[in-house]
Design a protein around this ligand. Sequence first.
Ligand SMILES: NC(=O)c1ccc[n+]([C@@H]2O[C@H](COP(=O)([O-])OP(=O)(O)OC[C@H]3O[C@@H](n4cnc5c(N)ncnc54)[C@H](OP(=O)(O)O)[C@@H]3O)[C@@H](O)[C@H]2O)c1
Length: 317
Amino acid sequence: MQAVRHHPPGGTEKLRIAWEDIPEIDDDEVLVKVHAASVIWMELYWDIYRKEDGTYKTPILGEDYSGVIAKVGSKVPNDSGLQVGTEVMAFMSKAFPTKRSIDGGMAGYAKAQFSHMVPKPRSLSLIDSASVPLSALTAWQGLFDHWNLSAGQTLLVTGAAGPTSIWAVQLGKMVGARVIGTASSEESFKLLKSFGVDEVLNYKEVKLDSVLENVDVVFDTVGGDTSRQALKTLSKDGKLIYLVGQPPDDIAKDPRVDFFIVDMNAEQLAKIADSIDEGKLKPVIDSVFDFNDVVKAFEKGETGHSHGKILLKAPNV
Ligand SMILES: NC(=O)c1ccc[n+]([C@@H]2O[C@H](COP(=O)([O-])OP(=O)(O)OC[C@H]3O[C@@H](n4cnc5c(N)ncnc54)[C@H](OP(=O)(O)O)[C@@H]3O)[C@@H](O)[C@H]2O)c1
């Protein structure tokens, strides 16, 4: 099979398409013939691939992907709903170390422990299903595990048209919260209005703390000065869910700041799939690239102005 391997340190110049063997699975694992993987452009710069001796692992990129099950290990439970031929979406959450392979979905085939995948939403294409797991779970866990978002609360989403934030916007509207989003481009404004966002603020023109107050919760995918402004808009019991990485000291010292890293949760991902099938949530795809255009796909992400998710098709899809 073909696979996209990254050879850190470095950016897109260190991406290589290699020919290699299809992975062998353990008893509790599932092999998926991949259709598409989502592009996480920040993955090129993650610390997790640095080894103690200063050298780097060279992973197959991609944490979440979609495809068709090609092989099921003997200890995968029958009631998991996973059989040869099942169309699935998977998320391997590489940030949480295990002894398993850190190779991801940008390849002809990928394997994962069975609890890291669920049947894809019936109403979505296989390719579009690759856009769901990591981004939708991040928004779900931020708003419902790290906060208890409910009707009538005010939710501020920064970088609201981005691949992760657009799910927070939709979850906010789904539960009846008042949703305020920040963005800068006409395309972003249109997208946010189409999801019924109550107020869109152009972050290039206004300071958040000069126009907002008493916000209950901020879903923050931007960081830096945006977080500092957003903290001033929060109510005293509010929370700023900080996604960008470990916050700098001046932000971290505010007890209302909560940083977390998304993890796979099959039950939550299945609920997200149901909500998509019920028409309550909808993935937003910025663009879909052919496998051989992997460098272009990551370069698109690195612009920092994608509207929804960037996807990479598997080889020969
Ligand atoms: N902790 C976790 O588990 C977790 C999970 C997922 C993502 N993340 C992190 O979340 C961050 C966002 O990643 P992403 O891939 O979702 O989005 P992204 O591609 O980095 O962001 C794209 C969006 O950000 C907007 N934007 C750019 N600069 C902005 C600014 N100064 N203020 C407000 N909006 C701005 C753009 O809107 P316009 O084009 O309209 O300007 C665009 O829609 C990354 O740091 C990523 O590592 C963390």
